[in-house]
Design a binder for this molecule. Structure first.
Ligand code: MG
Length: 302
């Protein structure tokens, strides 16, 4: 049953005032152990997200509001996104891989090893317009059996990776993270934001012509818990999941406001056909509200 709760916007800077939206937040679903990885599928008008410890992915149907199981077991799936062909690309803790769900429903492994060593537990993923796939690989899915299968790290570090669209090669693009987690490109794809939950901050890199990263300075420190998933809006503001809700940063790095939620948040995505509906996965629940901003679309999404 949908529950409406009063929206708590915390305005820290006047620039946030124009971003606010609905006076109530809808709790679309409660009953997860740890909700993560939301992705909105415009062609079907549904949202898929992960309930990691329950080893399942759920689907919320926008026209009807109904929620059902999308995939179980999900191999402890975490973050997902869509590629340019509209296929689901998913990080799986259980298989320690990044997978793609094909149009016929079969699942293809895109990357599970680097230099012969198994990945730790891919966490979140984005696809660039050149078809390359970028993902983070912290160890949350092998730390214990809660979010995957407990195991030793074969690689011995938690890195950010890029999978080449043509060759399929998977290579390290950043190796100086404690726990890389959420990641998102700027709208023109020249910058990549990556959160480090192990340290509690977010960094920003420049993308080089050969598909590497330079820079990587701190963009923002997290003032409540640690950052997890992030998304950008069309004005370049960065929206980040944190311990007390969703934090909104101006492109200059200023924390301008928060959407406070009753539970620690893990991830978010802009959806709806206008991408002005924010969906937030937060501990046991999926929340949603309309904002006065629109999520930045990948180039192939128009
Ligand atoms: Mg995450």
């Amino acid at each position: 049953m949908i529950e409406s709760i009063p929206t708590e916007f915390e305005v820290l800077d006047d620039r946030f005032r124009t971003c606010r939206g609905d006076p109530t937040v809808e709790r679309l679903y409660a009953g997860c152990r740890w909700a993560e990885g939301p992705v909105y599928v415009p062609g079907g008008r549904y949202l898929v997200w992960s309930d990691i410890p329950n080893d399942r992915m759920l689907r919320w149907d926008e026209p009807t509001g109904l929620v059902g199981v999308f995939r179980q077991p999900s191999r402890y799936a975490n973050g997902s996104t869509l590629d340019a062909q509209g296929r689901l690309v998913t990080c799986e803790h259980g298989e320690r891989r990044v997978s793609r769900t094909e149009h016929d429903g079969s699942i293809t492994t895109i990357a599970d090893r680097v230099a012969g060593k198994r990945l730790n537990s891919p966490n979140d993923v984005v696809v660039r317009s050149d078809g390359s796939i970028w993902f983070t690989d912290p160890a949350y899915g092998i730390d214990s059996d809660y979010e995957g299968h407990q195991a030793e790290s074969e690689i011995g570090s938690c890195n950010v990776y890029r999978i080449d669209a043509v060759t399929g090669e998977c290579r390290v693009v950043a190796d100086d993270f404690a726990r890389p987690n959420g990641l998102a490109f700027s709208r023109d794809e020249t910058a990549l934001y990556v959160t480090d939950t192990g340290v509690g901050h977010m960094r920003v890199f420049s993308v080089t012509a050969d598909g590497g990263l330079t820079g990587g300075g701190v963009f923002a420190e997290c003032s409540a818990g640690g950052f997890d998933g992030i998304r950008l809006d069309t004005h370049g503001r960065v929206w980040a999941a944190a311990g007390d809700g969703v934090h909104c940063f101006d492109p200059d790095g200023t924390l301008i406001g928060k959407l406070r939620l009753p539970e620690p948040t893990a991830n978010l995505v802009f959806g709806g056909l206008k991408r002005n509906r924010l969906f937030v996965t937060a501990s046991t629940s999926l929340y949603s509200l309309l904002l006065n901003v629109n999520g930045a679309a990948a180039p192939w999404q128009g």
